[in-house]
Design a protein around this ligand. Structure first.
Ligand code: SF4
Length: 722
């Protein structure tokens, strides 16, 4: 009783990979406020607009009208879903999964999870998919987010481990930001960067981005490259460093390998050619190369601009090469540092809850690794087939090969590329289970079963932020309605499936801490070893960076011994390939997608706060004002570079067509956008755009061959008056 006493619970912000600590104020089972945790090392008490409005995503009105509160079932597709009990929902789901498994094999079932799940939820779903159902087809929406960074690290440094710490932002003399807009997407890190620049005379900031973002505005040098030319630019920078003797020959000789195989690629990109292809002044390229190579400590920060590309892995490798060639790694303030998009994309990588990974940074194609995990989980074996990655899984469903999809904490009917195909897949599936905290996502409309999930403020577990720091997430209030934690739903259905198969339960956990311990045990002896860590240590000492055997590790590779068999970091002979979608007379404009300051992804959470629309209330097609006369939309057709009557003005409705679909959006002329390209914010889906599919009706599924991350950041489009 006596619930009316105000209390504060220490937890973590659920939005971005910065991973800020929050204190949740609550009274009588209701969240009433939020403030930054002054003791959390990521944010030292600060929060951005999204974080500081979190309590408004948990008001009584939101809990009542926006949250999914009961398990529900649709009698038929398109029907209004009807509530049913947890017992009935879970029994029916287990029976239907067992029937599909019996008729078509376990590989007819796909599980699609999320970088917003907690580590313990990931652990439960990984075991449910691979050990209980027996399907290799489990992947995470982190596929759309960090998979190119994962493979980029593995190819060059040996393992998927970001080597730096946030404190390196304060310790760097030169910061190079590529394909990221932290001023909006990682605001608290950007505040730290601004403070560092103010405190450090002679600090250099270089920003590589096709848009002149708020981040680029602060830079000493903005290389406004053409979309999709990142590898050419990095090769040009490395070429300049080699030509002027700015590389660190002894570091390269002692600590790296593979440069000879890369040399021909780099020699093909003299700065003059790279500058021309990338559309940047050659002098700026030389200047950037000099600053980066000769600063006492250079740090790079990068995100989706590099990752969401058919060259995603090459983009990452080409940037990491700059560190390897100059020895800018393994020292305070120096190193390549991928910024995580989602709050716990790192946890999905650590627990191996992706088609291309197994727990503890293991490889599902490696028989020994599979055997180690099977033994740890107490099952005879793990599936041997290669699992489908996100886009492949929905393709397989569209072909009828995958017949059941269990979708957890993500909204693929908005966020995957080539929406027409994704919706075909969801329609064709025999069984679609959507497990969600919010009731009105686009994907929820395709669900046969809707399972209400507990969310921020209501559940216990851990997340890992961009700097490998594990923080506790804590429950302040009970879940909305009948909602339950994600891990528990997985465990309950797993028990029913095992019972149906007449065998002992394979996924037994009395709570999230038990699941976390199973994860911890999988890291023993691996690069991310957290065998010295426990929830008690996290409670006592606060958030900690992995690896943690006896103590936390703020920085990796300080001895310049890398995680490769030889101990040397590896240059990769990556070519500079064009984007998959070719520009041409029919589709002459390069469309990029971007994030806004106050919204998060598909807006299922941030969209519940009216005030967060004050910064930007609707989606726009953004074009550079210099392009207005060129596109001459008034006569209803794109005039391909000549003025054909009429000039574009703000607010004009523009039809944007790609090779896959179209959208009609109002125009906003915006000098941030590179002439010849266009930009649409990624957040709005069809619930805001009527019958339209949102920006991902236009984007394409072509992916990096190594990371399988789709090229969301480049679509060839044409424009006409709507
Ligand atoms: Fe939350 Fe990211 Fe903002 Fe921090 S920077 S408050 S983690 S959204």
């Amino acid at each position: 009783g006596g619930g009316a006493v105000m209390a504060e619970t220490r937890s973590t912000c659920p939005y971005c990979g910065v991973g800020c600590g929050v204190l949740i104020a609550h009274e009588g089972g209701q969240i009433t406020g939020v403030r930054g945790d002054p003791d959390h090392p990521a944010n030292h008490g600060r929060l951005c607009t999204k974080g500081s409005n979190l309590h408004l995503t948990a008001t009584p009105v939101v809990l009542q009208h926006q949250r999914l509160r009961d398990p529900q079932r649709r009698a038929t597709r398109g029907a209004t879903p009807e509530p049913l009990s947890w017992d009935t929902a879970q029994r029916e789901i287990a029976e239907r999964l067992l029937a599909i498994r019996a008729a078509h094999g376990p590989q007819a079932i796909g599980v699609y999870v999320s970088g917003q799940l907690l580590t313990e939820d990931y652990q439960a779903f990984n075991q449910l998919a691979r050990a209980v159902i027996g399907t290799p087809h489990i992947d995470s929406n982190s596929r759309l987010c960090m998979s190119s960074a994962v493979v980029g690290y593995k190819q060059t440094l040996g393992v998927d481990a970001p080597p730096c710490s946030y404190e390196d932002i304060e310790l760097a003399d030169c910061v190079l930001i590529s394909g990221a807009n932290p001023a909006w997407a990682h605001p608290i890190l950007f505040r730290r960067l601004e403070a560092a620049r103010a405190a450090r005379p002679g600090h250099r900031l270089i920003v590589i981005d096709p848009r002149r973002t708020e981040t680029a505005e602060l830079a000493d040098l903005h290389l406004q490259l053409r979309p999709g030319t990142d590898v050419a630019l990095c090769h040009g920078l490395l070429h300049a460093m080699l030509q002027r003797g700015w590389t660190n020959a002894s570091f390269m000789a002692e600590h790296t390998e593979g440069f000879e195989a890369l040399r021909a690629e780099v020699m093909a990109w003299p700065p003059a050619r790279a500058a021309e292809v990338c559309g940047v002044p050659e002098a700026d390229l030389w200047q950037a190369a000099e600053w980066f190579a000769t600063a006492p400590a250079s740090l790079s920060l990068y995100c989706q601009g590099l990752n969401q590309s058919r060259n995603g892995t090459a983009n990452n490798a080409a940037l990491i090469h700059l560190h390897l060639a100059t020895g800018q790694i393994g020292r305070p303030g120096a190193g390549p540092f991928s910024l995580t998009g989602q709050p716990n994309a790192m946890g999905g990588r650590e627990t191996g809850t992706m088609a291309s990974l197994l727990p503890g940074h293991r490889d599902p194609a490696n028989a020994e690794h599979r055997a180690e995990i099977a033994q740890l989980w107490g099952v005879p074996e793990l599936p041997t087939a290669r699992g489908y990655t996100a886009v492949e899984m929905f393709d397989a469903a569209a072909r009828g090969e995958i017949r059941a999809l269990w979708i957890v904490c993500t909204n693929p009917a908005q966020s995957l590329p080539d929406q027409a195909r994704v919706r075909e897949a969801l329609q064709r599936c025999e069984l679609v289970i959507v497990q969600e905290a919010f009731a009105h996502t686009a994907t929820a409309r395709f669900a046969d079963y809707l399972l209400p999930a507990a969310t921020w403020g209501e559940k216990e577990g851990t997340v890992t932020n961009s700097e490998r720091r594990i923080s506790r997430v804590r429950a302040a209030v009970p879940p909305a309605g009948e909602a339950r934690p994600d891990w528990r739903i997985a465990c309950d259905v797993a028990a029913l499936i095992d019972a149906g198969l007449g065998r002992a339960p394979r996924l037994v956990a009395d709570g999230p801490e038990a699941l976390w311990r199973t994860h911890r045990d999988a890291t023993r002896g691996r690069d991310l070893d957290i065998s010295g860590l426990s929830w008690d240590v996290l409670d006592r000492d606060g958030p900690q960076q992995w690896p943690y055997v006896e103590a936390a590790t703020p920085r990796l590779y300080t001895q310049h011994r890398f995680a490769t068999p030889s101990g040397r970091a590896r240059f990769q002979p990556v070519p500079a390939l064009p984007p998959a979608d070719a520009l041409g007379p029919d589709y002459p404009v390069a469309l990029t997608t971007s994030r806004l300051r106050d919204q998060w992804h598909g807006m299922s959470r941030s969209g519940t706060v009216p005030g967060l629309f004050a910064h930007e209330g609707q989606p726009w097609l953004r074009l550079n004002p210099a392009d207005a006369p060129r596109y001459a939309l008034a006569d209803g057709a794109l005039a391909g570079g000549t003025l054909a009557g009429g000039t574009l003005t703000d607010g004009a409705l523009v039809r944007v067509q790609s090779r896959r679909g179209e959208a009609v959006l109002p125009l906003r002329l915006d000098a941030q956008v590179l002439p010849g390209s266009a930009d649409i914010a990624m957040h709005w889906g069809d619930e805001f755009l009527g019958a339209q599919l949102g920006v991902n009706g236009l984007t394409q599924p072509a992916a990096c061959p190594d990371s399988r991350q789709p090229e969301l950041k480049f679509s060839a489009v044409r424009l006409s008056a709507a």
